[in-house]
Every structure is written in C-alpha cells, then in structure tokens.
Design a protein around this ligand. Structure first.
Ligand code: GLC
Length: 703
C-alpha cells in the first residue's frame, strides 16, 4: 500500500445524511472510493446502493480494498424497537439482545455491516437529550445491556460469527464520559476525577470490549480538559494498553475537526496529528488525516508505525466481516420491511420496557368490559412513537398509535378520540367510562442536541390532564417520553400513570397489552425522576456527604438538602409497580449452603433472596441487589447495583434468586491514573429488594 492508500483507509465519508455538519457528499465519496483513498462510508444503506458503491472501490481502485459501510442502527433498522432507555427499564437484557439480532439481520441484508451502537454513556442528567440513547444512571445496568447488544449484533466474543449472515460489527460509544456534560448541555465540558471516570463511566466500555465489541467511537466532550478525540490517556493508555483493545476507534462526526474549536488544535494538520497520535484510528467526515497525513509523516509529527497500526486494525475488521471474501450483498435476500415476527418481538419487548409508576385503587388494568373509552391528548393518535435515532424504518413505517392499539384491544367498546385541546379532551372524558390520557414528548425533544432546561410536560399538557380530572370520571395517564420528567402535582392525583417511553413501531399494541392486563407491567426506572430541575443532579448511587439527611430528624437544618424542596427524588432508580404484590425476604449470605457473612480474599459469597407473589394475578418482579462499602479510602456510593433478576410468578408462587458477590463487585478504582483497583477490608451493607430504596439488608465483612 502507498502512504496515500494507507491514509485513505483511515477516512470515513458520509453518503448523505443530516446527523450533523456535512450533509450529503456522494460525488466526493465516489471519487475517493475510485481512487482507493477511502476506508468507510456512513449513512448509506440498501443492497443495490451499497453494491454500486462497493463495485467502484473493489473493481476500479488499484488494490480493490472493500469499503466498510456504517449506520446508526440504535434501536432498529426497519423494525423500530423501544428507545434504549426504555430497554434498560425492562431490567431484562434479552430485550436488547432481541433488538440487536433483528436489527443485525435487517441491516446486514441492506448492505451495512457496522452499526454505531450500543451507546453506553452513563448519565444522571435528564436535561441531556441523549439520556434516551443509553441505559441510564447506573454503570452495572449500562454494562449488562451493552454486552447484550454487542453479542446480539456480533455473536460470541471470539468473533467467529462476525462474518456470517445476520451479524454486524458493534461500536461502543461514546468514549468516554459524554453523559457527564455540565448542565446536561450536549457537547459540554466533562471534568471528572480518575476514580469517577473508572468507577462510573468506564465500566460499561470494559464489559463491551470484553464481549468483543469490534469498534469504539470517541466522544465529543473533553475529559478533564483533554478532548476525548485527542485523549491518549483514555484511548491509548486505558482502552488499548490496559484493556488490550485490538479493534479500532472511529471519531464522532467531525470530531477531529472540532479539536480546533475546543482550543486543543491550531489547525486541521494539528488536529490530525493530535487525534491519531492519541490513538484514534478513523476520521469520520472531516478529512484532515488524508489532507495532512503525508506532510505530518514527513515532519515526524505522525509516525508510520501509528498509521500502520490504525490501518491494520481497520483491515482486520474488514477481514473478520467477510468483506474480502464477499464484499457485496445478495440483493435478492434484502429484507425490505418489518416481518410479522420482528413486529411481534418489538411489541413484546415494548411491553416489557414499560414501568407502572402509580396505580391507586387498581385503576389499571382497564376492565375489558368498559363500554366506552376515550383516548385523548397530543400523542393519543400519534404514529410517530419511535423516539430518537429511529432507523430507516422510523421514516418509512409509522408506529401503531395508542388510539389504534386500544381500539384493537377493545373491539366491543366505543372508543372516542380527542387531541391536545383540554376542552375537547374533557368533553370526550365526560362521555366515556374511562379515559386514557397520552402525554409526553415528541421524538425531537430527545436525542442529540435536544437539551431541555425545563423537563416538565411540554406546554398545555398539565392543563389537559387537569381538565379531564375535573370531570370526575376515571382516567389513567400514559407517558410517552425519552427522559425522566419533572412530574407536576397532577401525578399525586392521577389514579394510574404508566411510563411507556417511546415504544417503537408497535407502540399502540404494547401500551394496550399493558392497559388491559394482557401483559403485566414489570419494568423499573433506570434513571431517577427528580422533583424539580433545581434538584439535578439527583441520582441513587450518590455519595453520602458528611451531613446526609436523617429521616428520623427531618427538620435538621444543617444537612445536604434544599430549603424549598422535599428531600430525595420524586421517583427513585429501580422503582416500578405491577398488577400484583410481592414479598421479598431479607438477603441471606452463604457459601455452599452454609451461612457465611464473611469474605476472604479471592472468595465469592452467594446472596439469596426469596420472592413470593402474594397477589391474585401473575406478574413480574425485578429483584435488585445493592452493596454499600460503609467505610473506604474513597467515599463510596450509598448503594451500588451489583445484580438484578426479573422473575415471573403465578399467584402464590415463590422463587429464590441467587447472586454471587466477589471482590470485583465490592472493590473500587482509586484516583491513580495508572489504574489501581482496591478491595478494602471492612463492613459492607448488602441490600436486596424491588427498588434502590429497598430497606432489607444484611452485613458482609471482607476479611
Ligand atoms: C452523531 C452522533 C453519533 C453518531 C454519529 C454518526 O453526531 O454523536 O452517536 O453515531 O454522529 O451519525
């Protein structure tokens, strides 16, 4: 390969697209492919489209190196699954595995073998629109769902299936700490200690890499002053040296160019030298490594060894994906629409993602005998409940509206509809046995560059709820949103509130499945719902502080709280109700069936929790395990999620869930930049229950 051809492999250009500055540039992209000066193309799909462009690269360039096509398939290609935040709410990683497997099959037959997913940015910033794209505020939950997605896209960690049908390369993004942006403002500063970086933001990426994630995408933000796109500590030292990552790191869209705006690079040449010198391997859309790479090599500001390393990493993945064996896709095998099976998977997963936030007097499930039902609100008949980063399918295949879902579930009922007007909604409610109010956010209020400074229900929706409530007729509220919301006083008066998130293509049927009890709600909140924007950041895995609020002394002034706000969140991480009731036992510690509350070095301890369905209906419960290191050389979160299991139980049935705890669950990283993981002796409180506020606990002593 010539130097120019090597540098060309490090370049990714867009085909067309509106995901940021740049837009379509098909002629430039074709020319680069023909000259053999292009490694990858994003925002292209379709068997014919991709084959046409691939033929130019393979049959017209000197070396015929195939192109790698990438696309944002975040929660579906043709079949849109619930947004990732909703998937995390299922506390069932199989939900995300199914999304990934269906998406990979659809994507691969459309000529694309690489998705820029899963996003695993831990965040407790509900103002940040991209909270919709990840798995919420907990590192462990993000890690579990990231692994499920990576394996669903790629197959086993050894990469043996990556070249096969139905498999695509994953991309762990955004590396790293993007979810920590100050003020929740997208692309904003992240100033984070080494210990928080390693204990909070890095764990999902380590798990994804261990699961074989083929690629990583750099984040737009700075990490303690050094932009992630030029950060040798994160990209080279941690990712490649410490973790042994042998895939490649792709920039985010114009992320190399943005090093200039960051005030980190003087010009394009500087940006290319700094980013690739820090461990970046491929430049998305901006073209500085191609434009300036030769001069940088001649000037010794970039080494040929670094370039060869990046080229090797990229070619290695192209080989693994089978591109050299067969660079084209079979146009006759192209999946062109959601299949019935894919829709069924989307419907089932969407229902599993929903969280019953409130249900007074068993307002839900709705009686199948309801003679008249009103479905009202701005999203009652919306056919766009895909949420942010819907794939090509979101633009082509409308989602099932909640109005249509209710009509299909209650064919004998008179189902009326009213939109966003409070008076019309109240009139409809007045004439119905029960009203379903559908409020929330349109998809555009979630996702990239969609930051809200006020995260209440958008304008007029609380008035609509009030107008319906004033009729005195029964009603329930369904939320369709992509972030935690500040829930107004209406929440405490509502008979029932169902968090449906943005449920995807089968939204209406999935919501109706829950509303009528065909499916019992079993989801839990993967993010805290604050009482007010002024309370942010508020998250469950916080430090205690030296002056925590003592519930036994609520009037104590000199504690860490607000004068004008009750303490604690509106709804905690892990919260979620069902249509039945459960009892859970105290956590029991033991080893080999022997009660054991001590852990010696290198040992594991089993934590057993017994759950019983004490109600009249079958239902799901999520048993959650949390630990708290009571005294450590670095102040620890008051609770850390270290295990969870969603169980389904018939009335009266009982099951014992067992978790294994070891040093890796109890230890923590220190502020040592070289990476020191400590497991300190002493007392750990072990909590188990059905939310992060579960009181049941026992004590474990690490010897
Ligand atoms: C966007 C996003 C990134 C996405 C990329 C390609 O700006 O930050 O998540 O994968 O560009 O569309």
């Amino acid at each position: 390969m010539t130097v120019e051809e090597k540098l060309g492999q490090l370049q990714q250009l867009t085909w067309t697209g509106d995901t940021g500055p740049g837009g379509g540039q098909t002629a430039e992209t074709e020319a680069a492919a023909r000259a053999g000066l292009l490694g990858s193309v994003l925002n292209i799909h379709g068997a014919r489209h991709t084959n046409e462009l691939q033929r130019i690269a393979v049959e017209e360039s000197r070396l015929g190196i195939p192109l790698l096509f990438g696309l944002d398939v975040i929660h579906g290609f043709w079949t849109t699954f619930p947004i990732p935040l909703a998937q995390a709410a299922s506390f069932d990683p199989e939900v995300s595995r199914r999304d990934a497997e269906v998406s990979a099959a659809e994507t691969r037959t459309n000529g694309v073998r690489w998705t820029f997913s899963p996003m695993m940015d831990v965040t407790h910033e509900p103002r940040w629109g991209r909270i919709a794209e990840g798995s919420g505020e907990d590192p462990y939950l993000n890690a579990v769902f990231a692994v499920a997605k990576v394996e669903g896209y790629q197959g086993p960690a050894d990469g043996t299936e990556l070249g096969g049908d139905g498999r695509i390369a994953a991309c762990a993004k955004h590396f790293v700490a993007y979810g920590g942006a100050e003020g929740g403002r997208d692309y904003n500063t992240v100033d984070v200690s080494e210990q928080r970086l390693r204990n909070h933001y890095l764990p999902p990426f380590k798990s994804a890499i261990d699961a074989g994630a083929a690629t990583v995408m750099a984040a737009f933000n700075t990490v303690s002053g050094v932009p992630a796109h030029g950060n040798a500590h994160t990209m080279q030292t941690v990712l490649k040296d410490e973790w042994g990552f042998d895939g490649f790191v792709v920039s985010d869209y114009t992320g190399v160019q943005e090093l200039i705006a960051h005030g980190f690079a003087e010009d394009g040449a500087d940006a290319a030298a700094l980013s690739f010198g820090a461990g970046l391997d491929m430049e998305m859309v901006s073209t500085h490594v191609v434009d300036h790479g030769k001069a940088l090599l001649d000037a010794g500001r970039l080494t040929i060894e670094r370039v060869d390393d990046a080229v090797t990493r990229i070619l290695r993945l192209k080989y693994a994906l089978g591109l050299f064996d067969d660079p084209y896709c079979d146009e006759s095998a192209e999946i062109t629409e959601p299949t019935a099976a894919a829709r069924a998977a989307a419907r089932d997963t969407a229902a599993r993602c929903m969280v019953l936030l409130r249900n007074e007097g068993a307002a839900l499930p709705l009686a199948a005998t309801a003679a008249s039902i009103a479905v009202v609100g701005p999203f009652a008949d919306s056919a766009d409940l895909h949420g942010t980063w819907g794939g090509p399918g979101a633009r082509r295949y409308p989602s099932v509206s909640i109005l249509d879902g209710v009509r299909a579930a209650a064919p004998d009922a008179v189902v009326s509809h009213a939109g966003a007007d409070p008076d019309e909604a109240a009139a409809a409610a007045g004439g119905a046995d029960v009203t379903v109010i559908v409020v929330g956010e349109e998809a555009e209020l979630s996702g990239e560059a969609a930051v809200r400074s006020d995260i209440g229900l958008p304008r007029g929706q609380e008035e609509l709820i009030a107008a319906v409530a004033a009729t005195g007729k029964p009603y329930v509220v369904v939320l369709v949103n992509g972030r935690p919301l500040v829930l107004g006083d209406w929440f405490d008066a509502a008979p029932a509130v169902l968090e449906a998130w943005h449920p995807g293509i089968e939204a209406g049927h999935a919501v109706a499945d829950i509303l009528f009890g065909t499916v019992a709600p079993g989801g839990k909140l993967p993010v805290t719902f604050p009482r007010a924007v002024g309370q942010i950041p508020v998250y469950y895995n916080h430090e205690s502080t030296g002056r925590p609020v003592d519930p036994a002394h609520p009037d104590e002034k000199y504690v860490s709280t607000y004068l004008d706000l009750a303490d604690g969140p509106r709804l905690p991480f892990g919260h979620g109700l069902g249509y039945t009731t459960f009892s859970t036992s105290e956590p029991a510690l033991g080893r080999d069936e022997i009660s054991r509350a001590e852990l010696a070095r290198g040992e594991q301890v089993t934590v057993r929790v017994t759950v019983t369905n004490t109600g009249e209906r079958a239902g799901d419960e999520v048993v959650q395990l949390y630990v708290h290191d009571v005294a450590a050389s670095i102040a620890q979160p008051v609770r850390r999620l270290r295990g969870f299991e969603r169980v389904t139980l018939e009335p009266g049935a009982t099951v014992t869930v067992a978790f294994e705890l070891g040093e890796e669950d109890l230890g923590f990283w220190t502020n040592d930049p070289a990476g020191t993981f400590l497991v300190e002796r002493g007392r750990f409180d072990v909590y188990a229950g059905t939310s992060s506020t579960a009181p049941a606990r026992t004590t474990l002593r690490v010897l």
